[in-house]
Design a protein around this ligand. Structure first.
Ligand SMILES: N[C@@H](CCC(=O)N[C@@H](CS)C(=O)NCC(=O)O)C(=O)O
Length: 227
């Protein structure tokens, strides 16, 4: 059986868990906590030199990065009824890839830029520049939603699943202003209603966002006590 190295709070790990759930794919879960660097053991570094979760393992084949993993899963395990998630039409597929690269290269790194200094004990609140970065990413998503009902097509695709796991952590930390980003807020509400969100994503996302806010608050109190 394939193995998934993951943690429920991790947005990219939740992406792989949601897609596996939709495909009906079983895997052996292995929890690793990146805050304690559980993924840095020589055995894990051999499987994933990037030292990140999620990592997917099938016999002697290991694959890192949630975006690469879900594309592989659909190509290998997708049945005709899953075609809508990753259509063969070249332009649709290219658009999905672009949205996945947006998540990988822009949206998730902006969340990570909040996570890392929070866990290291230095971030006490969202700085102006972090807020500007989040708002400009929210604006990009709002604009994608002017083009289609969902992020890459008129139905849910891999792009929506991947970006929603990131967004469901982010909006717990920096809520969406419905007057500025009405389509993004409505899309988040629709994604929240999906059964796989309630079963797989919701709790981990809430624990992730709540944890970050609680640690930021703790960092603030600690810094004030030093003054
Ligand atoms: N682009 C990667 C990002 C993975 C990632 O950064 N995961 C975080 C946990 S949410 C992690 O393992 N961080 C440890 C580190 O960056 O050293 C993916 O989609 O899988």
């Amino acid at each position: 059986m394939p193995k998934l190295y993951k943690r429920d709070e991790s947005p990219p790990a939740r992406t792989v868990m949601v897609v596996a759930h939709i495909l009906g794919l079983s895997y052996e879960p292995h929890d690793l906590n990146p805050v304690f660097r559980d993924q840095d053991t020589p055995e894990m570094v051999k499987k994933n030199p990037m030292k990140t979760i999620p990592t997917w393992e099938e016999d002697d084949f290991c694959l890192a990065d949630s975006h690469a993993i879900i594309m592989y899963m659909l190509e290998k395990y997708g049945k005709p009824e899953h075609e809508y998630l990753y259509p063969k039409d070249q332009k649709k597929r290219a658009t999905i890839h672009q949205r996945l690269f947006f998540d990988c290269g822009i949206l998730f790194p902006r969340l990570r830029a909040i996570m890392a200094p929070t866990y290291m004990g230095t971030l006490t609140e969202l700085s102006k520049s972090k807020i500007t970065n989040l708002e400009s990413a929210y604006e990009v998503l709002e604009n994608y939603l002017q083009e289609n009902l969902y992020l890459a097509d008129d139905n849910i695709t891999l792009a929506d699943i991947s970006i929603f796991t990131t967004m469901s952590s982010l909006y717990g930390i920096y809520p969406i202003d419905v007057t500025r980003f009405p389509k993004l807020k409505a899309w988040c509400d629709t994604m929240s209603e999906q059964d796989y969100n309630k079963k797989i994503n919701e709790l981990g996302a809430k624990e992730h966002a709540d944890g970050i806010l609680a640690i930021m608050n703790y960092n603030k109190k600690k810094q004030m006590a030093k003054l």
